[in-house]
Write a protein that binds this ligand. Structure first.
Ligand SMILES: C[S@@+](CC[C@H](N)C(=O)[O-])C[C@H]1O[C@@H](n2cnc3c(N)ncnc32)[C@H](O)[C@@H]1O
Length: 271
């Protein structure tokens, strides 16, 4: 690939649902650690990527050195709307993620369900903490793509560490109405015990970490309006993270972190 053709290539990749555009060092690091097929690594010729890799990811330093090719800073600056300060950008294949297979995961770990998140950085931060807590997956509804470059930056590329997918609607999660799912996954999802749906809502019953059921779907609402009436109506319980009087709510990613780590620190109940 010629230097000049990198600019349209990265531009097209931003609109290609089969590709992930990784802006900066951390998304590349996690993509490599968690087995992504990395197609292209480009560094600005004035960036010392070897030193950065030696400092932040010595386990990957040699691999990154082999993969990266240098381009003029003027070319590098045109690969993204905001030039990454670390001087590296990459393209990787997105894994195919099937929401029905996520539902069928037999481990006790919960799934995080984000209803119509609006802020891509926040959405990425939710993925990052879900990966750190070893959740079974992250599903989001609404128009925003959890694999968009901004969400990948917010998630430090940890989308590659666990299954992450956008679903069209809550109905797509209904195991009995997913005719497009591969037959094996569908059979597994249908035969697995039903997952309890817990709505995280500031007006719910106070969270008791040791009583969180195994394999829960933990649903979090949109930043401004919270959970929809539709989701609240389907939920098995409404749970709140207790807060000091006068505080109306936590930030979305902060509340995901609080619940997932309450679950983890309680000894992963239901396991
Ligand atoms: C910024 S909050 C939305 C605030 C919205 N005005 C409301 O009252 O739900 C985004 C999401 O974070 C979760 N959340 C925030 N604070 C919470 C709390 N104290 N208890 C339970 N969930 C909380 C909820 O799922 C909420 O829908």
């Amino acid at each position: 690939v010629q230097e000049g053709s990198l600019i349209p290539r990265f531009g097209r990749a931003r609109r290609d649902p089969s590709l992930a555009v990784l802006e900066g060092f951390h998304p590349l690091k996690h993509a490599l650690r968690f087995g992504a097929n990395v197609l292209e690594v480009v560094r600005s010729s004035d960036a010392d990527l070897d030193a950065l890799a030696a400092q932040l990811a010595p386990d990957l330093a040699e691999r990154i050195h082999e993969l990266a090719r240098a381009v003029e800073p003027e070319v590098f600056a045109q690969l993204a709307p905001l030039t990454p300060a670390t001087g590296v950008m990459s393209l990787a294949e997105r894994p195919t993620v099937d929401p029905i297979a996520i539902l069928a995961d037999e481990r006790a770990a919960p799934i995080v369900l984000l209803e119509d998140p609006r802020d891509l950085g926040n959405l990425g931060a939710c993925v990052r903490v879900a990966a750190a807590a070893d959740a079974a997956g992250v599903l989001s509804t609404g128009s925003h793509d959890p694999w968009s470059p901004d969400a990948l930056r917010g998630g430090a590329g940890l989308q590659f560490a666990l299954p992450v997918a956008r679903v069209d609607s809550l109905a797509a999660l209904d195991r009995s109405s997913a005719p497009d799912a591969p037959a094996d996954d569908r059979a597994a999802a249908l035969s697995a015990p039903r997952r309890p749906l817990l709505a995280l809502d500031p007006s719910g019953e106070p969270l008791l970490p040791s009583e969180l059921p195994a394999r829960a779907v933990l649903a979090f609402g949109t930043e401004r309006h919270g959970l929809s009436d539709e989701l609240l109506a389907c939920a098995d319980a409404r749970i709140s993270i207790p807060m000091r009087a006068g505080v109306s709510s936590l930030n979305l990613a902060t509340s995901v972190a609080a619940v997932l780590f309450a679950w983890r620190l309680a000894g992963e109940p239901g396991a």
